[in-house]
Design a protein around this ligand. Structure first.
Ligand SMILES: Nc1ncnc2c1ncn2[C@@H]1O[C@H](COP(=O)(O)OP(=O)(O)OP(=O)(O)O)[C@@H](O)[C@H]1O
Ligand SMILES: [Mg+2]
Length: 386
C-alpha cells in the first residue's frame, strides 16, 4: 500500500506530485461545471485534496435543496478525475443511491453492493487481468458518493425508520475504516482465480448528499420560536423597479447546528464521520443565467454542440438568457433543473427543424448562424407558437 503522497500511477513519469495540485486549483477545475456554490466548492476541494494526498480522510455531507448542485458536484469530481491525468489512480468513483445499500426486508446493510460497484470501476481502470494487489489498491482509493442519504433518516414522516438506522450504522463502520472481505476474480500466476480480497475502506472518500426536505422548516421554526435566542438577519433587497426594501431573510447556513441534524434523524456517530457538513445555497436568477451560459453541462451549451454538428452556430442574446433564467427562477422547487425545461421549450422546435426557421442566417464566409432572440424567448414563455 502506498503510504507516501507521491503519485502511485507514474513514479517519475512526468506527472505532478499530487500534493502540488492545491485546493484552489481543484476549485477552479470544479467551477467549470458547478456555479454559484463557491463556499461548498471550497470545502469540496479541500476534501478532494485530503483524499488524493492520502493523509487524512476527506468525507463530506452535502445538503441543499433540489436542483442546487449536489449530484452536479459529484459528477464534476468524476469529470475532473478523468480530465486531470494525475488523478488516474483515483478514477474508481462510484455514485450510488443510499436505498440500494440496505436490504429492506431483512433490515440488513449490504456493503457488498457498494464494493461490487467499486470493483467494477476499479476493473475498468486497471485493465483486464488485474492482480489482487492492483485491484485492492485501486478499490481502496475510490471515491464513493452516496446520494439521497436523507431518505435514510432514522425518522420518516414522524415515524421511526429502522432501515435508516441500519444504513447509517453500516456506513459509519465503513467510513471509520473497516477491513471488508470481498470476493473477486483476479489473476494469479497467469490464471484467473476467485479469491477473497481484504479491502480497507479507511482510505476511500465518502461523499454523501441529500436535499433534507423538512430540515429548512424544522430549523426555521426553532429559530423563530419565542425565546430561542436566535435572530433573523435583515437585508436590503432591491426590486426590479429600483425600489429598496428591508427583508428578514432566513438562511439555513446561519443557524444549522449538529443537533438539528440529529433531530432530523441522522445518527450522531454517523455525522461524526464527516469532516464537514456542506450547505449548498439556493440559486438566484443571476446564478441561473450564468449556469445557462457557462456551465459545461448547461442545456444551452449542449444545444450549441448539437447545432454545431448541423453546421449551425447557435447564439443567444444576453437579455434572452436573462429572461430564461428569470422564468426558471420561478420554479423554486426544482432549482437549476428548471433551466432545462424552460430552455427546452425554445430549443425543441429549433432542434427539430432549424432549416425552415426564419431566424437562420447565412454568415459571410460560409456557415449558418441562429440567434435565440428576446422575442423568441418571450413567445416560448408565453406559450405561443411561432
Ligand atoms: N450549482 C450548479 N451549477 C451548475 N449546474 C447546476 C448547479 N446546480 C444544478 N445544476 C444543473 O441542474 C441540474 C440538477 O442539478 P443536480 O442534479 O445537481 O441537483 P441536486 O442538488 O442533486 O438535486 P436533487 O436533490 O433533486 O437530487 C443538473 O443538470 C445541473 O446541470
Ligand atoms: Mg441529486
Amino acid at each position: 500500500m502506498a503510504t507516501d503522497s507521491s503519485n502511485p500511477s507514474a513514479p517519475g513519469g512526468g506527472l505532478r506530485d499530487l500534493t502540488s495540485i492545491t485546493p484552489p486549483e481543484i476549485f477552479r477545475e470544479l467551477e467549470k461545471g458547478v456555479l454559484g456554490q463557491s463556499t461548498s466548492l471550497r470545502y469540496t476541494s479541500v476534501a478532494v485534496y485530503k483524499h488524493t494526498t492520502g493523509k487524512v480522510p476527506g468525507n463530506i455531507l452535502l445538503i441543499g435543496n433540489s436542483g442546487t448542485g449536489k449530484t452536479t458536484i459529484m459528477n464534476n469530481i468524476q469529470r475532473m478525475y478523468h480530465e486531470v491525468e494525475e488523478y488516474r489512480p483515483f478514477r474508481a468513483m462510484t455514485i450510488i443511491n443510499a436505498n440500494l445499500l440496505v436490504d429492506a426486508d431483512r433490515l440488513e446493510f449490504q456493503p457488498a453492493r457498494l464494493l461490487t460497484a467499486v470493483e467494477q470501476r476499479a476493473r475498468a481502470l486497471v485493465g483486464e487481468k488485474p492482480t489482487a494487489e492492483e485491484l485492492v489498491a485501486t478499490m481502496e482509493r475510490a471515491t464513493v458518493c452516496i446520494d439521497e442519504i436523507d431518505k435514510m433518516s432514522s425518522i420518516v414522516a414522524g415515524k421511526p425508520n429502522p432501515i435508516g438506522v441500519v444504513l447509517q450504522q453500516g456506513l459509519l463502520t465503513l467510513m471509520e475504516g473497516e477491513v471488508v472481505s470481498h470476493r473477486a476474480h483476479v489473476w494469479v500466476g497467469g490464471e484467473e482465480r476467485e479469491v477473497v480480497l481484504s479491502v480497507d475502506t479507511r482510505r476511500m472518500m465518502f461523499i454523501c448528499g441529500g436535499a433534507f426536505e423538512g430540515l429548512y422548516d424544522q430549523v426555521y421554526l426553532r429559530v423563530i420560536k419565542p425565546g430561542s435566542g436566535e435572530k433573523l438577519r435583515s437585508q436590503a433587497i432591491q426590486t426590479a423597479d429600483g425600489q429598496v426594501r428591508i427583508e428578514s431573510r432566513f438562511a439555513l447556513s446561519d443557524f444549522l447546528k449538529p443537533e438539528d441534524l440529529f433531530e432530523y434523524g441522522m445518527v450522531p456517530q454517523f455525522m461524526a464521520r464527516f469532516d464537514d457538513v456542506v450547505l449548498l445555497r439556493d440559486l438566484d436568477t443571476a446564478v441561473l443565467k450564468e449556469i445557462l451560459l457557462k456551465s459545461v453541462d448547461s442545456p444551452f451549451l449542449r444545444s450549441k454542440r448539437y447545432f454545431k454538428v448541423l453546421g449551425i452556430s447557435l447564439e443567444m442574446e444576453d437579455v434572452a438568457a436573462g429572461m430564461i433564467a428569470e422564468e426558471a427562477a420561478k420554479s423554486t422547487r426544482t432549482g437549476a433543473r428548471a433551466l432545462r425545461s424552460v430552455f427546452g421549450r425554445i430549443a425543441n422546435r429549433l432542434e427539430f427543424d432549424p432549416w425552415t426557421y426564419e431566424g437562420l442566417e447565412e454568415v459571410a464566409g460560409g456557415g449558418k448562424r441562429l440567434l435565440i432572440s428576446t422575442a423568441m424567448v418571450k413567445r416560448a414563455i408565453e406559450g405561443r407558437s411561432r
